[in-house]
Design a protein around this ligand. Structure first.
Ligand SMILES: Cc1cc2nc3c(=O)[nH]c(=O)nc-3n(C[C@H](O)[C@H](O)[C@H](O)COP(=O)(O)OP(=O)(O)OC[C@H]3O[C@@H](n4cnc5c(N)ncnc54)[C@H](O)[C@@H]3O)c2cc1C
Length: 467
């Protein structure tokens, strides 16, 4: 089947806007089912994750870990001589090689996909079934929006006076900040903060809320604050009135905290205060697609928008903020359209990682969420100092905890903050996905010595939660 085309218009079975984490995989499913697909990408193939998100940050975090371990080598009886020094251009070159391969893989995959036509340019709706891109008018009965998001710029006093960085521009630096001031003590901010500290920059994290990663339980926030303190990362929480200025070529961030110095002076500022969806320049009003007050596209449980024949997948629908949730959105849509399934986004178990070192693997509810939903539950909790693999590795910071519902006997949620925590949490996630009782995992025999080995033990030590 080839798309019906006139000089400046073409009709396809489907149009996909955005080559992020859902679009390319969906294109493969739809073309595999015999449909013709127009895929439109305005910037970089692979979207945020590949180019300015997961891939570059985790690549740089790996470099930061090497620097950190090299500095600690003596603790392990290993002497490596000279002081550890960082080559920022080499870090960047390594990062770009990894990102470049991934981006090329996505683009080549799409360009060589049978029945898929790739358009490079900005997509703009003309009507519920028509999209304009670079002078061409494309039409289809089905349109899938996968436009992702970008860094939010907060309206803070003086922000226009400082040359701030975001998650994209900070990746382009070719020299290290003398003092990086990170605004935002959540996932993105913390990963950059620790990474640059390990590269040798002084780092201050400024957080408006009363603690770091305030979505997490206080014991997890506290443990993360301890990890940062051990590495000499300054943290200013409760910064309710952040404002900016410049002084003598430096950036001054006024934090107005109740305690401590009222200002922090740095060489660079990173804004890491959340994301906003790329829906403001898409012409959604011409398609009748509704958005909420933050600009996220309104979708139902099967990711259908308010206009029949148009779906929204990934970060732009506000139902997830991760690569795995965007990818799962394509599985939901493709499964329902092509395989006769009735998959629903509300069936997805929340899970994510915070890739500081040691990492946090999170799944399901926090204690605060479990209480708010009226669950009666018990908690298993263990510091990583009591996990032999962590002791052997000399990486004993953090803790693991799991919540079990009294009524259903199922696991409600867990946090594994510790070496290997991002991997170990998956046995808990899988038990939850299987809707199995916690005893299934409790009785499993895990490999010694691993971090996962202690998770059945943890489930054997459940206690009522602290009041
Ligand atoms: C610093 C950072 C680190 C992260 N780390 C992780 C992590 O470790 N793990 C994780 O799961 N998630 C992580 N994320 C989040 C993850 O990157 C996103 O959740 C994921 O990329 C969302 O995928 P998406 O397909 O919804 O959108 P995107 O990946 O943003 O893709 C959207 C695409 O649409 C294109 N587009 C937008 N508008 C138009 C238009 N009008 N016309 C044509 N094309 C358009 C864009 O150019 C882009 O290529 C991180 C994010 C950041 C910023």
């Amino acid at each position: 089947m080839s798309p019906a085309a006139t000089q400046n218009s073409a009709t396809f079975d489907a149009i996909i806007i955005g080559a992020g984490q859902a679009g390319p995989a969906l294109a493969a499913r739809l073309t595999g089912a015999g449909m013709t697909v127009a895929l439109i990408e305005r910037h970089l193939f692979g979207g945020t994750c590949v180019n300015t998100g997961c891939t570059p940050t985790k690549t740089l975090i790996a470099s930061a870990k090497v620097a950190h371990q090299a500095r600690r080598a003596g603790e392990f009886g290993v002497h490596i001589g000279a002081t550890v020094s960082i080559d920022p251009r080499a870090l960047k070159a390594r990062k770009e090689a990894v990102v470049g391969r991934s981006r090329a893989g996505v683009e080549n995959g799409l360009r060589s996909m049978e029945r898929c036509t790739v358009f490079k340019g900005h997509a703009h709706f003309q009507s519920p079934h028509q999209v304009r891109v670079e002078g061409a008018l494309l039409q289809a009965k089905r349109i899938f929006i996968n436009v992702g998001g970008r860094a939010r710029v907060p309206e803070l006093p003086g922000i226009e006076r400082v040359p701030y960085l975001n998650n994209s521009s900070i990746l382009e630096l070719e020299s290290l900040p003398r003092h990086l001031v990170v605004i935002g003590g959540s996932y993105i901010g913390l990963e950059f903060a620790q990474m640059f500290r390990r590269f040798g920059s002084a780092v201050t994290v400024i957080e408006k809320g009363p603690r770091l990663v305030w979505h997490e339980d206080p014991d997890i926030s506290e443990a993360i604050a301890g990890i940062f303190d051990n590495e000499g990362i300054a943290v200013r929480t409760g910064a309710e009135c952040i404002h900016f200025d410049t002084r003598g070529g430096e950036v001054v961030a006024g934090v107005s905290c109740k305690n401590g110095e009222p200002e922090v002076t740095g060489s660079h500022v990173l804004l890491a205060v959340g994301r906003r969806p790329n829906t403001d320049d898409l012409g959604l009003e011409h398609a009748g697609v509704a958005v909420d007050d933050q600009g996220y596209i309104t979708v139902d449980d099967e990711l259908r928008t308010t206009t029949p024949g148009i779906w929204a997948l990934g970060d732009c629908n506000g139902r997830g903020a991760f690569t795995h949730t965007a990818y799962n959105d394509h599985e939901i849509v493709a499964g329902n359209l092509l395989d006769g399934e009735s998959a629903k986004v509300t069936n997805r178990i929340a899970c994510y990682g915070l890739f500081i070192d040691p990492p946090l693997g999170r799944v399901g509810l926090t204690e605060a969420q479990a209480r708010a939903r009226g669950h009666r539950f018990r908690v298993g909790k263990r510091p990583m100092t009591r996990v032999s693999r962590a002791v052997e590795k000399g990486e004993t910071q953090g803790l693991m905890k799991v919540l079990v519902d009294d009524a259903s006997q199922q696991i409600l949620g867990a946090a594994v903050l510790g070496v290997g925590g991002d991997e170990a949490v998956h046995c808990i996630l899988d038990t939850m996905a299987a809707r199995a009782p916690f005893t299934t995992l409790k009785h499993a025999v895990h490999i010694h010595p691993t971090v996962s080995e202690l998770i059945p033990t943890l489930l054997g030590e459940l206690q009522p939660p602290a009041a």
